[in-house]
Design a protein around this ligand. Structure first.
Ligand SMILES: CC(C)(COP(=O)(O)OP(=O)(O)OC[C@H]1O[C@@H](n2cnc3c(N)ncnc32)[C@H](O)[C@@H]1OP(=O)(O)O)[C@@H](O)C(=O)NCCC(=O)NCCS
Length: 235
């Protein structure tokens, strides 16, 4: 689904159109597509927490990540989450793997800069349990927080995961934030992460009814492995 801004200044004039799976949103104030994304208001200037400046209204687009985005995404993650981000137990499920096909997204601002990121990863819920997705990391450029980018990334990621036929998404995160997208710890009591984590922060969302039925055990990585570059010597 794509949303086009009619005017860069009049942030409320947003109309849906068909097209590639991208979501362009403006912004500065609540938009009429609030039912899909209730808080799409970006601050007019990065770092500003004040009212948007009409001359500087920004927009961001949610698009599929491409290889050229990787360095900017990693820099953004370091800035947003700090150096300990690589020690999280979720990282054990991601290391050496590729994200689930078609499920790596970034938010790009009007200049093309990467201002948000989210990816989903193939996992298995327990040894021979059902397939699911692990979501994360989700991060937004620190100076642009609370403008709706995180919510737009989440809604887009969930919608695409459902469209691609996945049954459930799990993540480790704050229920007060992820609860607004339907995640809860109600169905994760018999699941465990492969490393230290806070049990109440292991959350799940069913995309298909019953996808979490009977899910138990330690969550396993099931994603496509990154192929090591072939090493060769030129004679
Ligand atoms: C979490 C994060 C991705 C949210 O992105 P965002 O663009 O700021 O989010 P949105 O604008 O969609 O939503 C903002 C709202 O979420 C709330 N919120 C943000 N993080 C929250 C958290 N951890 N717990 C509860 N509420 C949270 C904000 O207070 C704000 O509330 P409001 O709508 O009532 O004003 C962003 O804050 C971020 O990058 N944080 C650092 C990295 C991180 O912690 N990632 C999540 C790992 S679990």
């Amino acid at each position: 689904m794509e949303y086009l801004i009619k005017s860069a200044v009049t942030a409320t004039e947003i109309t849906p159109s068909s097209g590639p799976a991208a979501e362009l949103f403006s912004v500065g104030e609540k938009s009429p597509i609030a039912a899909l994304a209730p808080s799409l208001a970006l601050r007019a200037q990065a770092g500003s927490r004040g009212a948007p400046d009409e001359g500087a209204v920004r927009a961001a687009t949610i698009v599929a990540e491409i290889a050229d985005d990787i360095i900017a995404r990693e820099i953004l993650l370091d800035r947003a989450m700090g150096p300990n981000r690589r020690k999280k137990s979720s990282e054990k499920l991601r290391r050496g793997r590729r994200p689930s096909e078609g499920l790596a997204f970034i938010a790009r601002d009007l200049t093309g800069a990467v201002v948000g990121t989210v990816r989903l990863w193939d996992v298995r819920l327990g040894e021979d349990g059902p397939a699911a997705l692990l979501l994360g990391p989700l991060a937004v450029e620190p100076g642009m927080k609370s403008g709706g980018i995180g919510s737009a990334l989440m809604r887009h990621a969930i919608a695409e995961a459902a469209r691609l036929g996945h049954g459930a998404i799990v993540l480790v995160g704050d229920a007060p934030y992820y609860g607004r997208f339907g995640f809860s710890a109600d169905r994760t009591g018999s699941l465990a992460m492969p490393g230290p984590y806070e049990r109440h922060r292991l959350l799940a969302l069913e995309l298909k009814n019953g996808a979490l039925d009977g899910a138990k055990g330690t969550i396993k990585a099931a994603g496509r492995k990154i192929k090591a570059p072939a090493l060769g010597f030129v004679a």
